[in-house]
Write a protein that binds this ligand. Sequence first.
Ligand SMILES: Nc1ncnc2c1ncn2[C@@H]1O[C@H](COP(=O)(O)OP(=O)(O)OP(=O)(O)O)[C@@H](O)[C@H]1O
Ligand SMILES: [Mg+2]
Length: 181
Amino acid sequence: MAEAKIKESPFSPGWPVLPEYFVARIKEIQRLERSVNQTILGKNENIFITGPRGIGKSSLAGLIKYIAEKHSLIGSHCFLGGVRSLNEMMRMIFQRLLQDCKDESVFDKLKNIFADYIKSITLFGTGVEFTKDKGELQTLVDNFLPLMRKIYDQIQPNGKKGLTLILDDLNGISDVPSVKN
Ligand SMILES: Nc1ncnc2c1ncn2[C@@H]1O[C@H](COP(=O)(O)OP(=O)(O)OP(=O)(O)O)[C@@H](O)[C@H]1O
Ligand SMILES: [Mg+2]
């Protein structure tokens, strides 16, 4: 399937894993590919990847982002290790979504959707910086689902079929009592 066709490495520098090593993860990749296909059909899929420290969760998630992008989804891999509030979580998720965006016309759409929250931006997104204002960020928390819908609707004319959001290192925020409850 898709993993056998990959020629270039989907990993960030510093993650020296070649995709062929993922033969050992064939079932997990196939399971996640099914979710990618469901997303393409317009269905919402939520998957938890769990496992011991260093087992390869982030690498697997990174591979799936790569596969999703090959299937015309937009993808974002957001690391939430230091995050302790939903406000900060929204900031990290949407900031990363713009930073990860590789398509200029999609980037422009995202930039318009989040115009009120973007405080600075360098050429084509690599230096997107969102507001740190708690009140402003709270509106992102309150409107998370409508925003997802808005992004989904607006990227369709650009040939994008959906969105794959990877929320990595969730342990920190899931231990915060106000978020748990
Ligand atoms: N399928 C794989 N085959 C070979 N090496 C792998 C594979 N997946 C991950 N690795 C290697 O194992 C190391 C840990 O991988 P990774 O960071 O993805 O694990 P993790 O489960 O996300 O770790 P943590 O629990 O710390 O977040 C990395 O150095 C990576 O290169
Ligand atoms: Mg990890």
